[in-house]
Design a protein around this ligand. Structure first.
Ligand SMILES: [Zn+2]
Length: 325
């Protein structure tokens, strides 16, 4: 008995020393649910907004990546390790959006803690789009209907983690889902109006910094091209730049769109090259600054894109404004 006790003390001491040395508190755990609000950590601001809408006063939400952060390239900090350790529920997007965080997100076994991806209920055969040689496209939030399925997953994860507030989570989700259904109809109506204004030409062409808008284009009837692929982690090749320059020149594109979470230098280079290769082409606008599209992150508090609904509305209104004939 005393030998087992000694071993356990030694083991605990060794663990403490290890934890002190690395500065992490992963094994501490969040404590049981119920002593206060459910503590939720969301990797992106888009997910955090869904959690806040469904969880209301019964949750505290911590967003790991600040507004404007590119999730494809985000490297977790030691402070993030502590944030994870104190969470009852960790929600990420999945589909490799958080490409450099997989070791922190997968295979967690912390007491009183759940970890889930909000995209888990989407059908990989019929709903998740494949691009770039079979890679799955993570930008599911730009088809509002698909995002509604993700919000249902948020609701069910909150309910599983904190059953005592299940009724509130269900009621909040029902009202938020109704708002999202109206948003989906609004985006479709505005996109259809733009397409009709451009007839008899083909679908409106949306050119952006990276391929974040493929779900959007499929749901709402756009042709979309990104300078970079579905992840900004891949470098832009001169071939990518050249093919976009040719597309703009030959199709007479009048506006291309920067994104708030991606530096605009790639698209600026494209425009410089367009001017050299197609000197007689009319002005091609670089949509940037406050007009830049929100892609992989919400905007800071006080901006039109500070919420998911605001972000989607800003994008469709900006696209409509700059692509109208
Ligand atoms: Zn992206």
């Amino acid at each position: 008995m005393s030998l087992r006790f000694s071993r356990s003390v030694l083991s605990a001491t060794a663990s403490c020393l290890t934890l002190m040395a690395c500065g992490c508190r992963e094994s501490a755990g969040p404590g049981p649910v119920g002593a206060g609000p459910l503590r939720v950590v969301a990797t992106t601001s888009i997910i955090a907004d869904a959690v806040q809408n469904v969880g209301g006063q019964h949750v505290t939400v911590t967003t790991l990546m600040p507004a404007g952060t590119d999730p494809h390239n985000y490297l977790p900090t030691s402070a993030d390790t502590e944030t994870f350790a104190g969470a009852h529920l960790i929600l990420s997007n999945g589909l490799h959006l958080e490409g450099k965080m997989s070791s922190q997100l997968e295979g967690r076994t912390v007491p009183n803690q759940r970890a889930a991806t909000v995209s888990s209920r989407l059908d990989h055969a019929t709903q998740v789009l494949k691009v770039d040689g079979g890679a799955e496209d993570p930008h599911v939030w730009f088809d509002v209907k698909l995002w509604m399925t993700c919000v249902e997953t948020v609701r069910d994860e909150l309910t599983t983690s904190d059953p005592s507030h299940a009724d509130a989570y269900r009621a909040n989700a029902a009202s938020y889902l109704a708002e999202l259904a109206a948003l989906d109809a609004e985006v479709l109506a505005k996109a259809t109006k733009l397409a009709n204004a451009r007839k008899p030409t083909a679908k409106p062409v949306l050119i952006t910094s990276h391929d974040a808008f493929v779900y959007f284009s499929k749901a709402y009837g756009f042709e979309v091209h990104g300078l970079q692929g579905v992840s900004t982690a891949s470098a832009t090749s001169s071939r990518d730049t050249e093919s976009l320059v040719t597309l703009i020149g030959e199709r007479g594109i009048t506006a291309i769109f920067t994104e708030t979470s991606v530096p605009p230098r790639g698209l600026k280079k494209v425009l410089d090259d367009v001017k050299v290769k197609y000197p007689k082409l009319g002005e091609v606008r670089l949509v940037e600054g406050p007009d830049a599209l929100y892609s992989d992150s919400l905007g800071p508090v006080g901006t039109p894109g500070a919420t998911y609904v605001g972000m989607v509305r800003h994008n469709i209104d900006t696209i409509g404004k700059f692509l109208q004939p």
